[in-house]
Ligand binder design. Structure first.
Ligand SMILES: [Zn+2]
Ligand SMILES: [Zn+2]
Length: 341
């Protein structure tokens, strides 16, 4: 039950230590933040802030004003840049390698106070189609080896601007954690001829304790080796190597499941800071060992010295108990446009 756990799909270990939750000050639910305005004249992502953007790469048009539902812009402070880097340098203190790639921002709504958990179906669909379109576009860039889409919500999770947005980074190198997980999954497949995630999902369905919700095409689960309280994965039930290929109806099913996962967190924790991520190696776009999934993790505690020294996450919650709490969370009724669908 408690102790070390290894994730079959990535090979990563965690330490599950529920007794840690009893220490003082560990009960860190999200507080209710002040409601933001619907429009902020100083915000670069609000309509009218275009002069503060480095450019506009793509938009999902809307019929009414301001003419767009989502907008993709280059990140003004990119982690990686597209320009050819200088020559690799040698330094006796260590190895330097050029960093090259793309870093974009997906503005998720014209409304400064929008939240993906509450978008009505047409806007949610536009958001998911934008995610998919940018993943496909960047994956298709010749030198790109890895694509990472992520959303930071709340300051403690790394969000510096309130306006709802996600980010996408495409790198000409596969970052270490992705590379290790990929090597693990490939070796697993080579040994038994099966995708580790497909295998794990069969076990989860038989077991049932970690399933939060099932829909026709997806499972929402708390992973066996969750890295923190209330970590939730949304994974396609059938093998699918990369995100971004599903048709619009399946994409919307995925989006609604994601909305409910976010609403469950809200019901249990208030408005917690969180990150969600979708990451894959471009070369694995059709691989039998690669199975995409969205990972959602509330940012409830800052890692301490033990995590820093060992790289081993400590989860002070039992994944089985968290799944039950999330499963039982009471959700607000579906929005009007959804029941009419
Ligand atoms: Zn704004
Ligand atoms: Zn699979």
């Amino acid at each position: 039950v408690s102790g070390f756990r290894q994730d079959r799909t990535t090979g990563e270990w965690v330490l599950v230590a529920p007794e840690r939750a009893r220490r003082p000050g560990s009960n860190q639910a999200g507080g209710a933040a002040a409601a933001p305005p619907a429009f902020d004249p100083g915000c670069p992502f609000c309509p009218g802030g275009e002069h503060r953007l480095p450019g506009i790469l793509e938009e999902m048009p809307s019929e009414g004003p301001p003419g767009w539902l989502t907008r993709v812009v280059p990140n003004r402070y990119p982690l990686l840049r597209a320009e050819p880097p200088g020559p690799a340098t040698r330094d006796e203190a260590g190895t330097c390698a050029p960093a090259q790639g793309f870093h974009e921002v997906i503005v998720e709504s014209p409304r400064h106070d929008a939240d993906p958990s509450r978008l009505p179906a047409p806007e949610l669909s536009a958001l998911l189609r934008t995610y998919a379109s940018r993943c496909r576009a960047l994956r298709a860039q010749p030198a790109v080896e890895a694509v990472v889409l992520f959303r930071n919500h709340g300051r403690a999770a790394g969000a510096s601007l309130r306006h709802p947005h996600a980010q996408i980074v495409a790198s000409t190198q596969v970052p270490p954690r992705l590379a290790a997980a990929r090597d693990w999954a490939r070796a697993h497949h080579a040994r038994g001829g099966r995708c580790a995630t497909c295998e794990q999902l069969e076990i989860e369905q038989r077991d049932g304790r970690r399933i939060v919700e099932a829909t026709p095409h997806f499972l929402a689960i708390v992973p066996f080796a969750a890295r923190g309280p209330f970590e939730t994965w949304i994974v396609p039930r059938q093998h699918e190597a990369t995100f971004g290929r599903a048709d619009d109806a399946v994409l919307l099913e995925f989006g609604r499941l994601l909305q409910r996962a976010l609403l469950r967190l809200r019901a249990v924790l208030g408005d917690p800071p969180y990150n969600y991520t979708l990451a894959f190696a471009a070369a694995d776009r059709d691989a039998a060992w690669s199975h995409w999934g969205l990972r959602l993790l509330p940012a409830l505690a800052t890692p301490g010295g033990f995590e820093l020294a060992t790289g081993l996450p400590v989860n002070p919650a039992l994944p089985e108990a968290d799944a039950e709490t999330l499963r039982r969370a009471s959700l607000p009724p579906p929005q009007a446009d959804e029941s009419a669908h």
